[in-house]
Write a protein that binds this ligand. Structure first.
Ligand code: ATP
Ligand code: MG
Length: 567
């Protein structure tokens, strides 16, 4: 089964304020006309839908201006990082449709350069080793209203600083015993300029550099310099780094030997309703078993969304719709689901599957006969063709499509009523069979052989059309239905309440005995289709040749379109 969803890049079509700033730089002849961006994930978790916004912007901006975009792992915190995360991040970026070509970097590639640069700053009297414990250092930093207090080690002689810093590197001191700080301004109104930390001691094994280092650079001491080393021209990041920008510029100014300066530009994060994007909390959900892994289809991770059946095009379309601004806001998750439906509607093969089966026996149909009826594969796409669906004496329909005592406007099946079985025949219900508990377990119906294909030659109309599958020729499947992982719109909002208290206990519903057309069995994991009237689905990777597992990606009900129409 072919995946028809287009994986062409569709980002950065809409002009945004960052494009304008880049254009201005280009018109002023900055960076010799180069545009070079980077996407800098920290490999301490899987990528989520928020990262997709940064990826589309970083790669999309480079592409728009004929420039380049690097992938850089910001691996300065060995205790939280892992190769599993590195691998998953690469896979997810590729899946989204982007390519860093030969430009894969790690901050750790530059550990030697950063060390040399720190030594240079010490020699210039712009950095010093502080022996105070970290809580005292933070206390002395003051508050935005209250100036900071200078460390008693601030004016240590250069020679002593060089010696101590070397010994820090050589592993002579315990974790936390000393730090290297930049000597900037303890009275700066910007707290980040109050002698920020450059290096900390951490006797940790790094996933790339092993035990070579026991001091690691802080984010602020690594990021801008890596941008500089890599030749990045526009360093796009989220708004929380705006306040770090003076420090970013200060370090780069100390490092630069020419006019070239990477420029940091901030944009607002993507926030979605009913979704949480803190990697730390997502890790907690995984580790504490609230979900079945980073790629659990309820997770806001790209791997979870992929497994759930979301397409890369739908995610890129969402990012495009949302746009790039400096205003913080919350995007309705229904818009994402809308983008998924919009994309799947074009490409998804239509099939029939019964989620809550009720057996129907066609009493006037031959017992061993298997008849093929023709079904349309995709009404949105003529070229998708038709397929054969087996029709037999015993069928399944959806339990909810039958009512013994229907209200007036119930147009589906009930005793004495006639309905159309999609692509097949008209049937009339004659008898309802119940078990000892009084539950309906089977319907006895008759079919009208004149109505093959689902049309009556005498022009007799029926109001209801039901989907169905053969009871004997269909495939049994486990179908997993998903609902929102959180019950509240903003699960991150309440700081003093544990986010785990907002988890939706009904976010996963497993239907063990569903029946689907034999056609579905030919599919591969991730293949998607629409079960008529039931939603978009895909095959889960848990499927085996004997046990078909299917995820519901989204229902057919488009809450976003509905909301827009009501406006
Ligand atoms: P943390 O730094 O707390 O581990 P993070 O979400 O910032 O989490 P990073 O790996 O540092 O994770 O993020 C990589 C890039 O993705 C950064 O440039 C960051 O600004 C951007 N990013 C992260 N979350 C979002 C979001 N919700 N919307 C847009 N961009 C985001
Ligand atoms: Mg970050």
């Amino acid at each position: 089964m072919a995946d028809n969803s287009e994986n062409k890049k569709s980002v950065a079509k809409t002009r945004n304020f960052i494009h304008e700033l880049v254009e201005k730089d280009l018109s002023e002849g900055k960076n010799n006309g180069r545009v070079h961006t980077r996407f800098p994930p920290e490999p301490n978790g899987y990528l989520h839908i928020g990262h997709a916004k940064a990826i589309c912007l970083d790669f999309g901006t480079a592409e728009k201006f004929g420039g380049k975009c690097n992938l850089r792992f910001d691996d300065t915190n060995p205790t939280k990082e892992d190769v599993e995360f590195v691998d998953s991040i690469k896979e997810d970026i590729k899946w989204l449709g982007f390519d860093w070509e030969d430009r894969l970097y790690y901050a750790s590639d530059f550990f030697d350069d950063l060390y040399e640069f720190a030594v240079k700053l010490i020699k210039e009297g712009k950095a010093y080793v502080d022996d105070q414990p970290s809580d005292l250092i933070s206390e002395q930093r003051g508050t935005p209203q209250k100036p900071g207090i200078e460390s008693p080690y601030r004016n240590r002689p250069v020679e002593d600083n060089l010696d101590l810093f070397r010994r820090m590197k050589e592993g002579e001191f315990e974790n936390g015993a000393r730090v290297l700080r930049a000597k900037i301004d303890m009275n700066s109104p910007n707290m980040h300029m109050r002698d920020p930390l450059m290096y900390r001691i951490s006797h940790a094994t790094h996933h790339r550099t092993g035990d070579k280092w026991c001091i690691y650079p802080m984010y602020d001491f690594a990021h801008g310099q890596c941008d500089y080393f890599e030749g990045v021209t526009h360093s796009l990041c989220t708004l929380e780094f705006e306040i770090h920008r003076p420090l970013y510029n200060w370090f780069v100014d100390q490092l630069a030997t020419d006019d070239y300066r990477p420029r940091q530009i901030e944009f607002s994060r993507l926030n979605l309703t009913y979704t949480m994007m803190s990697k730390r909390k997502l890790l907690q959900l995984v580790e504490e078993g609230y979900v079945k892994g980073w790629d659990d289809p309820r997770m806001p991770t790209l791997s979870g969304m992929r497994r759930r059946g979301f397409t890369p095009a739908s995610i890129r379309n969402l990012i495009e719709k949302v746009g790039i601004t400096k205003t913080e806001g919350m995007i309705d998750v229904a818009l994402l689901e809308h983008a998924v439906r919009e994309d799947l509607n074009k490409s998804a093969q239509r099939v029939m599957g019964v989620l809550n089966p009720l057996k129907v026996v066609i009493t006037n149909y031959p017992e061993d006969k298997v008849e093929m009826v023709q079904a349309i594969n995709n009404p949105e796409d003529e070229t998708a063709g038709r397929r054969d669906v087996p029709f037999t004496r015993e069928l399944y329909i959806e339990h909810e499509d039958f009512m013994e005592d229907p209200p007036r406007k119930f147009f589906r099946l009930s005793p004495g009523k006639e309905v159309r079985l999609r692509y097949a025949y008209y049937i009339t219900c004659n008898e309802v069979i119940k078990n000892d508990e009084g539950e309906i377990v089977e319907l006895r119906c008759t079919y009208d052989p004149e109505t093959k294909g689902g049309n009556s030659p005498d022009g007799r109309k029926v109001k209801g059309t039901l989907h169905w599958v053969s009871a004997t020729e269909s495939v049994k499947a486990e179908i997993r239905l998903y609902d929102r992982l959180f019950e509240v719109e903003n699960p991150s909002a309440t700081k003093d309440q544990d986010f785990r208290g907002f988890l939706n206990p009904n976010s996963l519903q497993v239907l063990e005995a569903c029946y689907v057309e034999p056609f579905v069995k030919k599919g591969e994991p991730l293949d998607h289709f629409q079960f008529e009237r039931k939603g978009y689905f895909n095959i889960d990777k848990d499927s085996t040749p004997d046990h078909l597992v299917i995820n519901r990606t989204v229902t057919l009900r488009d809450n976003w379109a509905k909301k827009m129409n009501n406006k």
